[in-house]
Structure formats: C-alpha cells, structure tokens
Design a protein around this ligand. Structure first.
Ligand code: GDP
Ligand code: IMO
Ligand code: MG
Length: 430
C-alpha cells in the first residue's frame, strides 16, 4: 500500500516538515488533513529556509501534487501570501500542483479576534494558542454555521453565511471589548481571496482517491502532534482538531482500507510551546542549552519553546494511538556534549507508577518522571550518514528508544538540511 501517514509523536515541532520534504522527492502527492496555520513546518535546502504554515511540505518538489484536505481550516489571507511568496521564488508555478478541498472551512477575522481576546482575558490561565483563530473556526464548523471554501466562492451565499457568524460572534466579541469588522469589510476583503484561490478549489477527495486507485505514492502530512490531540492530548491544553493518524479518514476522505503505514516523528528530546503539563521539562542550564543549540523558537509565533528530556511514556502513547509502524528521531545532533542523558520511562504520581500519560490534569502536573540515565557523546553528528558511523553511545540511545516505545527507528535526522539524514529503512515498505 503506497500511502504513508506522518504524525507528530510529542507536542509538535518535531521536524515533520523536514521529514515530509525528505520523502516528498519519492512521493506523487502530499496531503494535509487537519489543523491550519497554527502549524509551522520548516524545510532547509542548500542553506535556504522555507517555513510553510498551510501548503504541504512537498511543495519544493515540482512533480508532487499538494492537497489541502477538507479537514484543514484555511485562513485565505495567509494562504494567498504563502502562494505568492513561493511563486516569487519559482515554486508552485503550475496551479494544478495545489488542490484545495471545497469543503475545507474558512477562518474569518472574527475567529482570530475571538481567539486572541479570550486568551488575553484568561491571563495566567491562557492556553497559549497561536492566536490564529483555529479554535473558533472549528467551533463554528461543529456548530454548523461555518463557511467553507466553496461558500466563499459564491458571493451571495458567502454574505449570508458571514451574517450568520457575525450575529453569533459579534455580541461575544463586544463583551470582550472588541468591535468586529463590518460585513461589507469582510465581504470585500474575501472577494479578492476568492478570485485568487478559485483555480485551486475542487473536490480534493476525488483527486486523492484517483491517486490511490492508480497506486501512486501519497504522504499524509500531520500537523501538531499526539499530545495536542483534542481527545487524546493533555486536554484542555491542546489544539482544536484531532491529530492522530486515524483522522486521515475524515480529514481527507480516505477509507481505512487504503491507509496502513504510519511514521511518527519525535525529537531526541522534548519541546512544548504554550501552556500545559510537561513532566520532563528542564528549567535549568540543560534546558537552556537545548533551546539555544536546537534553535527552539516557534516557527509560527517565534515564542521560546519549553525544553526537556525525551519522554518515552509520551511517545509510547503516541505509538499506540496512531499505530506507528516506524519512528523518525530528529535533532540527534543537538544532544552532542550533554552527558549523561536522561529518558523518562514512567511517571510517579503520589507513590503510584504510571506507564501511560494520565488523563487528569492535576495527576499529570504532579507526576514526577522516573528517569533512566544513558551515557552521552561529544562528537558532531551532522556529517554522519550511516547508522554504523554514529558513536556507540548514540546508537545505544536510539536502541533504547526503540525498546521503550516498541517502535523501530527508521530515520534519524542529524541537522536541519534535507540531506542531514540517516535512513535506516524505507518507511513506505515497513
Ligand atoms: P514541524 O512543525 O514538526 O515541521 O517542526 P518545526 O519546523 O516547527 O521545528 C523543527 C525545527 O528543527 C526547524 O527549525 C527545523 O529546521 C529544525 N530541524 C529539523 N530536524 C533537525 C535536525 O535533525 N537537527 C537540527 N539541528 N535541526 C533540525
Ligand atoms: P506544528 O504542526 C507546536 C499549540 C499552541 C497551543 C495549543 C493550542 O508546527 O507542529 P491553537 O492555536 O492550535 O489553538 O493552540 O497548541 N500548537 C502547536 N505547538 N506546534 C504546532 O504545530 C502547534 N499548533 C498548535 O502553542 O499550546
Ligand atoms: Mg512547527
């Protein structure tokens, strides 16, 4: 089965963009199926850095069709800017390279305003969202008053839909002390986006199923990660979509029989951006070193990422929830010079041992990681291309991750560049 789902196995920013770009060279299609421009996926090719928030990370390969599935929420202003930015650099010159599903929901300015106003009013209790309107847009989708791409292309229907949203959301925004934009302002602005995006909008589920029927290679690019999943993550400190691999079914219109292999991406340590429990967080010099050496600042908001040790409890849970057939371990180069290294193998909560992530926020917040220590290494790993050329201690570190998560490591990333990669097994063939 030539499909591969790529999902984050921690709290996001694991390096999904780099891994998708790496495999996209051998893929006919890359499709996103959930999330929106809360994602920031970084690709580095020959020293040139590209950050994509909506467009799939396969876009640098001209022969790879990029799909935004129905489960994605789209801010058309951001999408237009992203398309223009890529085109200015010689990418995405063929409009048929990008297909946008007509049923994908549209983010309106009121969604962003509401997201930011709520966060501000929560103060210390804020979730630390990206402020991109993701939550309010998914809320309107579930409330059956959302606007979809196909609706945006029909001016009269769009105006009626915006009216419905403004009548619900306007009074709420005013309670927060914000004045919503007028219906005319929104309709005028979005008419420009509609004209710009019209050539890309189609029933993308048909495009995807035709690729599947033809036996083409498809990568499904997840955004966010298991611990940010609306159901399975550290609720309420999560995003507003499901992020586990099963969501490809609803978010891209793909039947379960067509998907099999799932590659989970995990950093060789852990990071989290935004609030919420994080058992292995390091607020000491090691944490600061990881942030500095790993360049741990958000690709979307620029916020410093919280850093900590690798948490095998979290990744094991992600492996179970998404049925990971393989793991890609990224940023192994960042651990050089840290000795000893620690991996959380379980949690201790009030004398009880947990081998899984507890659902209760107080239990997870009070959980203390049970650590195992491993010997570090000092060599620079960025030039290594074969597993056997890694220092013995780095090989042991990877083997221990495999044992603790029950998942084979199929790829190791030792630098941000596309080529700085050690491929152990072809994940399409697992
Ligand atoms: P994503 O959201 O999962 O795609 O990840 P982000 O792009 O938000 O964050 C990952 C960051 O790590 C980016 O700046 C990447 O360029 C960088 N990166 C990815 N893999 C590696 C690696 O193996 N080593 C180093 N040093 N940086 C990496
Ligand atoms: P990628 O795809 C890391 C986090 C936010 C916040 C919570 C809710 O680049 O890995 P939201 O704006 O979604 O309502 O915010 O989720 N978050 C991410 N953290 N990487 C991401 O995406 C994220 N997308 C959302 O920081 O804690
Ligand atoms: Mg990111």
């Amino acid at each position: 089965m030539p499909t591969l789902i790529i999902v984050g196995a921690q709290w996001g920013d694991e390096g999904k963009g780099k891994v998708v770009d790496h495999f996209a060279a051998h893929a006919d299609m890359v499709a996103r199926y959930q999330g929106g421009n809360n994602a920031g996926h970084t690709l580095v090719v020959d020293g040139e850095r590209t950050v994509v928030h909506l467009i799939p990370a396969g876009v640098l390969h001209p022969g790879t069709t990029c799909v935004l599935g129905n489960g994605v929420v789209i801010d058309p202003r951001v999408l237009c800017e992203e398309i223009e930015g890529l085109q200015a650099r010689g990418y995405l010159t063929d409009p048929t390279q990008l297909r946008i599903d007509e049923r994908a929901h549209v983010i309106l300015p009121v969604h962003c305003m509401l997201d930011q106003a709520r966060e501000k009013s929560l103060g210390e209790r804020a979730i630390g969202t990206t402020g991109r309107g993701i939550g309010p847009c998914y809320e309107d989708k579930a409330a059956r008053r959302g606007v979809r791409m196909v609706d945006m292309l029909d001016p009269r229907y769009f105006r009626d839909s915006v009216h419905k949203i403004l009548s619900e959301r306007g009074p709420l925004l005013r309670l927060y002390g914000e004045e919503p934009p007028t219906i005319d302002a929104i309709c005028d602005e979005y008419a420009v986006y509609a004209d710009r995006l019209r050539p890309y909008v189609t029933d993308a589920t048909i495009v995807v199923s035709e690729h599947i029927a033809a036996g083409k290679r498809i990568l499904f690019e997840g955004a966010q990660a298991a611990m940010l999943d609306l159901d399975h993550g550290t609720y309420p400190f999560v995003t507003s979509s499901n992020t586990v691999a099963g969501v490809v079914g609803s978010g891209a219109g793909v039947a379960p029989k067509h998907v099999g292999r799932v590659l989970g991406i995990a950093k060789s340590y852990t990071t989290r951006v935004g609030a919420g429990p994080f058992p292995t967080e390091l607020e000491d010099d090691v944490g600061a070193k990881l942030r500095h050496v790993g360049g741990e600042f958000g690709a979307t908001t620029g916020r410093p990422r919280r850093c900590g040790w690798f948490d095998a409890v979290v990744v094991r849970q992600a492996a179970r929830l998404s049925g990971l057939s393989g793991l890609a371990i990224t940023k192994l180069d960042v651990l050089s010079g840290i000795d000893p290294l620690k991996i959380a193998i379980a949690y201790d909560w009030d004398g009880q041992r947990f081998d899984r992530v507890p659902a209760s926020v107080p239990a997870l917040t009070q959980s203390r990681p049970v650590y195992e220590e491993l010997e570090g290494w000092s060599e620079d790993l960025r030039g290594v291309r074969r597993f056997e050329d890694l220092p013995a201690t780095a090989r042991t570190y990877i083997s221990r991750i495999e044992q603790l998560t029950g998942t084979p490591v199929t790829l190791i990333s030792v630098g941000a560049e596309r080529e700085e990669t050690i491929l152990l097994r072809d994940p399409f063939l697992l």
